[in-house]
Structures are given as C-alpha cells and as structure tokens.
Write a protein that binds this ligand. Structure first.
Ligand SMILES: C[S@@+](CC[C@H](N)C(=O)[O-])C[C@H]1O[C@@H](n2cnc3c(N)ncnc32)[C@H](O)[C@@H]1O
Length: 332
C-alpha cells in the first residue's frame, strides 16, 4: 500500500497486497536443530494449508524431515494426530530415534552438563562406537558448532559466529535442553523411520486421511547447494513426482524456483505458486510451492505454465460482455 493513501475498504487492499516474507522470529521454534534449508518460515503457510483441509487429516507424513519443524509444529498445535518423520542421514536419525525412544530428558541433561570448548567438542565428536543417544548428542554438538549447522562431510567449525563468539555463539544450553524436554510431550505421537522418503510416500499414498509435506534435497537443474548441505542429496526427482500422482490425500512440496522443476510439476498436472522467503543472508528469494489444488493460496502469484497456442478472435459486436469473476478476499 502506498503510504499516505487512504482506502474506503482497507482490509481488501491488505489482502491484495503482495505477500511479504515471514519474520521467523514470530514462529515458535520447536526444533532442536538449526537446519540448513529449514522450513520455519513456511509454518504460517503450512497452518493455512492444513486449515483448508476438510475433513481434518489424521496423519502427517514428512518424508525428508531434517530438523522436523513442520512435523513438530503440526503435533504441538494439534493440527494432526500423528506424524511419520523420515530421514536417511544417520546423525540426524540418531536424534529423532533418541526422542522417540524416550531419551529426550537424558539428552537435555547431557546438554546442560556439558562444558563446551573447541577441545571438549573435538574430544566428544571423535568418539567412535557410541550408542544412539551418544550419537544424538554428537549430532547436536556438530549442528551447533559447525558453520551453518551443516553436518555433511567437509563442514567445519564456526570461525567467528555471532558477535565474534566463535564456536559457542550458537550454543544455548538452557534453550536447547528445554526444547528436548518439551519434545517429551509429543514423542509418543511421532513414528520415525530411517529409510527412503519416496518409498514411505508410496506406502502411505492410499491413505485418504494422510497429508504429506515434501521438502526434498535439491541438486537437479545445475543447482549444487544441496550437495554441500546434506550427506544424502541425490534423489530421483522424476520418481518423486510420479509417486505423488498416486497420493489419495493431499500433499505440498517446496522446491527451488528452477525451470526443470516447473517443467516436471507441469507435466504431472500439479499447480504451482511462488512464495517469498528471506535466505540466511537476509536476501528475499522466491520458493516454489507445488500441490494438487492451491486455490487456498490465491494471494500468491501463480506460476504460469507454457502458453497454449491459440488464435485470439474478436468477439462479435452482439456478444454479451463476459463477467469477471470477483476476486476472492479470504482464504478457505
Ligand atoms: C531440504 S532438507 C529438509 C529440511 C526440513 N524440511 C527442515 O525444515 O529442516 C532435505 C532432507 O532430506 C534428507 N534426505 C535426502 N534424501 C533422502 C531420502 N531418499 N529419504 C529420506 N530423507 C532424505 C536429507 O538428509 C535432508 O535432511
């Protein structure tokens, strides 16, 4: 809205304004991870999507769970009854297995009691032959002290961190411990699987009351970011799109705004919208949201599919003028 302008019905103009990136500080941070490519900024859109579903879905399947913010939010806010979280990375899986296995409190205590220095972290993460909960602790240490929270091979310690505090700049033991103790409240509603996400989608695709939030690693179309960020980054994207066609419930996918992805979505008959987000460098970018029916996202720009080739002919003078459809002013 132009400053200084007054409108007769300001609420209508607010709806029509271009959506702004979400301020992630306004979203409750439930995940103990600072996850590369994490979807905290997507939470309001996710809530709107679940809210548009009738009847209310029972199960959320998150086949590429990573830091799991979407599943955790869905459970804490009672948007679904249960969540199936899937992740291939053994380090990340160790954390979810520890939470689901009833050891979140143990992890919380381990975090509180740890005296973090570069030397103590190196000593801890060099230990081999550890059990799942110790591996979970190693993962949290790495995630909090490595540059960008990146666990993939080749990642290294934070050099300067926030305010030059270096390795300790992302280590908030009390906050982290509380996130783990809070997870006890929903742990029995999580089913965790360390396996291929596409296979799990296929298995649940017939279940009408299941919805899927799909946020795959992306390395197709010449984009190499996924390779640097995740240990498991190779994915058969075409197979993923093909499996999604069989989903009886609903799904949402998020992807880089890349031509190759748009072509795949188009060829499988899915809809697309662009949604603004701020990246880690605070630059505003656009991500692609893909789904079966995105009419609940009408305030976001549609992604135009290849133009149909047809000839425009002038309407005869006697033809009645076509009425324009009124613009929707509220979300479903
Ligand atoms: C873009 S990240 C997901 C981030 C997540 N949405 C969040 O908010 O933290 C993609 C994740 O998929 C995992 N992954 C890669 N290939 C997979 C596969 N075939 N099955 C399951 N997980 C996989 C990666 O390890 C990575 O954690």
């Amino acid at each position: 809205m132009t400053s200084g302008q007054t409108f007769l019905f300001p609420e209508l103009y607010q709806e029509a304004a271009t959506p702004k990136p979400v301020n992630v500080a306004s979203i409750p941070q439930r995940s103990p991870f600072r996850y590369p490519g994490g979807k905290t900024w997507f939470v309001p859109t996710f809530r709107a999507w679940i809210g548009s579903q009738y009847p209310k879905p029972k199960v959320l399947v998150e086949p590429f769970a990573g830091g799991g913010i979407i599943s955790l939010t869905a459970l804490f806010e009672a948007l679904v009854d249960r969540a199936v979280m899937v992740e291939l990375d053994a380090d990340v899986a160790a954390v979810w297995k520890t939470v689901v296995g009833g050891n979140a409190e143990w992890l919380a205590r381990r975090i509180i009691e740890f005296d973090l220095t570069k030397e103590s972290v190196i000593r801890e993460i060099s230990k081999t032959d550890v059990d799942v909960k110790e591996r979970a602790f190693q993962t949290i240490l790495k995630n909090r002290t490595f540059h960008g929270g990146i666990l993939a091979d080749g990642s290294g310690f934070l050099k300067y961190g926030e305010n030059g505090k270096g390795i300790t700049s992302r280590w908030y033991p009390a906050t982290l411990a509380r996130r783990f103790t809070d997870l006890k409240l929903i742990a029995d509603r999580i089913e965790f699987r360390q396996e291929d996400g596409i296979e799990v989608i296929r298995r649940y695709s017939n279940q009408k009351d299941a919805v899927f939030f799909i946020d795959p690693p992306y390395t197709a179309g010449g984009k190499r970011a996924g390779r640097r960020l995740y240990r498991h980054c190779e994915l058969d994207h075409e197979r993923l799109f093909a499996v999604c066609e069989f989903i009886k419930g609903d799904f949402l996918m998020t992807y880089d705004n890349a031509e190759e992805v748009k072509a795949m979505a188009h060829s499988h008959g899915f809809q697309m919208r662009l949604i603004p987000m701020n990246n880690t460098h605070h630059a505003t970018m656009e991500e692609l949201v893909i789904g079966k029916d995105l009419s609940w996202m009408d305030q976001y720009p549609a992604v135009h599919e290849p133009k149909a080739s047809y000839k425009a002919t002038k309407a005869p003078a006697s033809a009645p003028a076509r009425k324009r459809k009124p613009r929707r002013t509220s979300r479903r």
